[in-house]
Design a binder for this molecule. Structure first.
Ligand SMILES: Nc1ncnc2c1ncn2[C@@H]1O[C@H](COP(=O)(O)OP(=O)(O)OP(=O)(O)O)[C@@H](O)[C@H]1O
Ligand SMILES: O=P(O)(O)OC[C@H]1O[C@H](OP(=O)(O)OP(=O)(O)O)[C@H](O)[C@@H]1O
Ligand SMILES: [Mg+2]
Length: 281
């Protein structure tokens, strides 16, 4: 099975990191090398531009690919979305000069919109019933309204810094995006693809969980159960030759601070907290 992965830019490192955490260590990778084996002899990684990955998957050059939803929608490729990988989160927005007279999508009528995403932009204008020209650019879109190349733009934003620095205000939301695992329709149910989905989902499920281990006097066990929030009951193990029990439990990362203090208050000791690599639900 071939998996297409962004070869550079902001998506490369988190994509490779996810594969490593999912147990798919990439072997013989080299900086300019555009394909690599993994520890699984049945899985090969192809490194390609994020914008090209929808095509690699649609053409069957790769069974699955990791790239932004914006790239897939813009490509028009009919792919199956398997998992939201929860990074590269951004929005495509319609934006216009803060001091300008376009303050609503309707204000665009008869005007022009510059964008790196012409398909998405045309579909948006059609959906909104707005008659405006689309000016295709390949980057630095935020400049165009200030040099009379366009009246507004459709571009990516996440922190909003670039829009603010270029005195552009968001007029409307066009598309929500994040990086996702996509499959060619013919491979979506392939057993190896399903193994990959399970591995990715187990990494994502573990990200905000912590494994807490402690020693508890047996007579305080019920008090400990009281302070451990929601998750499945703790695992309780006898400590050899002692009236103490070892208690292990999975806790949401955001509860850990409070839980540790509550556990100490009911007599727990030797409390250890570790991250969890994967959690297969
Ligand atoms: N500012 C951003 N915040 C979050 N995600 C982004 C941002 N810019 C781009 N992305 C996501 O990363 C994908 C790839 O972005 P892009 O094509 O700009 O390449 P890059 O990784 O930014 O590298 P470069 O822009 O240097 O070529 C986009 O399709 C989008 O899904
Ligand atoms: O809301 P912000 O956090 O400011 O991010 C938005 C910017 O990020 C991307 O640019 P990038 O840095 O990827 O450069 P590029 O335009 O060359 O892709 C995008 O093209 C926007 O310009
Ligand atoms: Mg970029």
């Amino acid at each position: 099975m071939r998996i297409a992965v962004p070869n550079k830019g902001r998506l490369h490192d988190p994509s490779v990191d996810l594969l490593e955490r999912a147990g798919l260590h990439i072997e013989s990778a080299a900086d300019r090398k555009l394909y690599a084996d993994t520890v699984d002899p049945e899985v090969t990684v192809l490194f390609a531009r994020a914008a090209d990955i929808p095509e690699y998957v649609a053409d069957g050059a790769a069974a699955v690919g990791i790239t932004g939803r914006d790239q897939v929608v813009e490509s028009g490729c009919d792919l199956v979305e398997l998992v939201d990988l929860e990074f590269g989160r951004c929005r495509l927005v319609l934006a216009a000069p803060e001091e300008g007279d376009i303050t609503s999508p309707e204000g665009l009528a008869g005007g022009s919109v510059a964008t790196e995403f012409p398909r998405i932009t045309r579909e948006y204008l059609e959906r909104e019933g707005i008659d405006a020209d689309v000016v295709e650019v390949t980057g630095a879109t935020e400049l165009t309204p200030h040099v009379e190349m366009a009246d507004a733009i459709v571009d990516i934003t996440s922190t909003g810094t670039t829009l603010r620095m270029n005195r552009l205000a968001v007029i409307d939301e066009v598309l929500d995006s994040s990086v996702r695992l996509y499959a060619h329709p013919d491979y979506a149910d392939d057993p190896k693809v399903e193994q990959l989905v399970t591995a990715f989902e187990s990494v994502l499920a573990a990200e905000d969980k912590r494994y807490v281990m402690m020693n508890v006097p047996r007579e305080r066990l019920d008090d400990v159960r009281e302070v451990i929030p929601g998750l499945d009951g703790p695992t309780v193990m006898d400590v050899a030759g002692d009236d103490t029990v070892a208690v292990h439990v999975v806790v949401d990362e955001r509860d850990v601070f409070e839980v540790i203090n509550d556990l100490k208050a009911v007599g727990a000791s030797g409390i250890l907290v570790t991250e969890i690599e994967r959690l297969v639900e």
